[in-house]
Design a protein around this ligand. Structure first.
Ligand SMILES: CC(C)(COP(=O)(O)OP(=O)(O)OC[C@H]1O[C@@H](n2cnc3c(N)ncnc32)[C@H](O)[C@@H]1OP(=O)(O)O)[C@@H](O)C(=O)NCCC(=O)NCCS
Length: 135
């Protein structure tokens, strides 16, 4: 993949290396994976990816370069990702998010996701909120 190194560097900056290089590369090469990126001045400013399996999608990660946050980039990227998921046949998208990640939860609620459950102790240091959006 052409922009992989740039994308991996941004993933590491946003998520502190929660995915290894090999995991991310394998995910992006998976035919079920859907990826969208936004460039600003030629540099990867944000990315989002998930998977579509038959009629269900899952959002795995979305991240915006720290200095470019708060400009609506993630929200418009998510709309593009949802469009791609719909075109692949998905009718609904699920995600899990740390309960203390207020920025991400606000982004998802603004993008039409609703909370459906909480998985206590899902992360070593936090609970997961499970959210769903009808596409
Ligand atoms: C979450 C994240 C992707 C948001 O990116 P962004 O480009 O700054 O988001 P946007 O500017 O598109 O924000 C869209 C909406 O999300 C909400 N939001 C975004 N950042 C917020 C913050 N820090 N506090 C509260 N709400 C926030 C707001 O409702 C905002 O709409 P508004 O500006 O009209 O109020 C970004 O903070 C990030 O990369 N965080 C680290 C990675 C991460 O936690 N990803 C999510 C888990 S996979």
């Amino acid at each position: 993949m052409k922009d992989f190194e740039e994308l991996y560097a941004l993933e590491t900056e946003c998520f502190g290396g929660s995915w290894t290089r090999e995991m991310l590369l394998a995910e992006l090469e998976n035919p079920l994976t859907v990826l969208v990126c936004k460039r600003v001045d030629g540099i990867v400013a944000a990315f989002a990816f998930g998977r579509v399996a038959v009629d269900e999608a899952e959002l795995f990660q979305i991240g915006t370069r720290p200095e470019l946050r708060g400009r609506g980039i993630a929200k418009s990227l998510l709309e593009r990702l949802h469009d791609k998921m719909r075109k692949k046949g998905a009718a609904v998208c699920f995600l899990e998010v740390r309960s203390r990640n207020a920025a991400a939860i606000a982004l998802y609620e603004k993008s039409g996701y609703e909370r459906i459950s909480v998985r206590s102790g899902y992360y070593p240091d936090d609970d997961a909120v499970v959210m769903r959006k009808v596409l």
